[in-house]
Design a protein around this ligand. Structure first.
Ligand code: ZN
Length: 265
């Protein structure tokens, strides 16, 4: 395993800029009126190099995030923990303690899921929240409709054609391994990385290439969930059929709209 490396102590202009982008996104996600997180719920990450990411420290609140609330960790160390069959919660605890660095800020327990989103799915900015609107559905018997059903076109434009759904798993090593297993299955079947991962009885991971995209994915997921909750309550959902989904996903004007949204950062 690589030696401990806690990034922003060694500083540099670009790292400070990345830290600012991540702090701004975290505060935005943590705004109380969004109802995405309370207390120290949720976490964010941003890739800083091929081998490292900044990730929120355990116990920090997104809404009042400061630069000191993030830790830079080696992605290789996170993936080693997942790959090593002898890893257990004690191994993870020791590794995270080592990564706490001189400031004593310990990476979030969900850092390993962030590493999976970055290494296996190619995301460079990731936001994990427990949105009130989405968790209503995720904590219901109908949770899987969020990933299995498309009800309107914007859902595909922003959230992609096929999300990943993960049944309830305890946070930590077990959850990171289960997310990884389902993500790799999805990539083998679909060939396209998902934009969102739904965790039953827990929350969502938004996988983006910019802070703006993570925010858009999160906002659209909240909207889709609200629509579905109403649809289910008034007699059932009317999903778009496979032909319509394919048409929307590949239409030139929708691709143009996607590119225009992505250009906003
Ligand atoms: Zn969580």
């Amino acid at each position: 395993m690589a030696p401990p490396f806690c990034g922003y102590d060694h500083t540099g202009a670009s790292l400070m800029t990345e830290l600012q982008r991540l702090t701004d996104l975290s505060r935005e996600l943590g705004r109380p009126e969004r109802e995405l997180v309370i207390l120290a719920e949720g976490n964010t990450s941003l890739r800083t190099s091929a081998d490292h990411m900044l990730v929120k420290a355990s116990g920090a609140a997104l809404g009042s995030a400061q630069a000191e609330d993030f830790v830079e960790v080696p992605l290789g160390d996170m993936m080693d923990l997942l790959d090593n069959p002898s890893s257990d919660d004690a191994t993870v605890d020791a590794a995270f303690q080592r990564l706490s660095g001189t400031r004593g800020r310990r990476p979030s327990v969900e850092s390993m899921v962030h590493a999976v989103c970055q290494v296996d799915a190619g995301a460079t900015v990731v936001g994990h929240t427990h949105p009130l609107a989405i968790n209503g559905l995720l904590c219901s018997r109908n949770a899987s409709v969020l990933a299995s059903t498309v009800v309107y076109p914007e859902q595909i434009v922003v959230l992609g054609r096929k999300p990943v759904f993960v049944p309830y798993t305890d946070p930590g090593l077990a959850l990171a391994r289960e997310v990884r297993r389902r993500l790799l299955e999805h990539l083998a079947e679909d060939g396209v990385a998902p934009k969102i991962i739904y965790l039953a009885n827990h929350g969502i991971f938004a996988l983006g290439t910019s802070p703006g995209e993570v925010l858009r994915i999160t906002e659209m997921a909240v909207k889709v969930s609200r629509i579905m909750e109403v649809g289910l309550a008034v007699g059932g959902l009317a999903p778009l059929d496979a032909e319509a989904r394919e048409r929307i996903d590949t239409r030139t004007d929708e691709q143009y709209r996607r590119a225009a949204l992505d250009a906003r950062g």
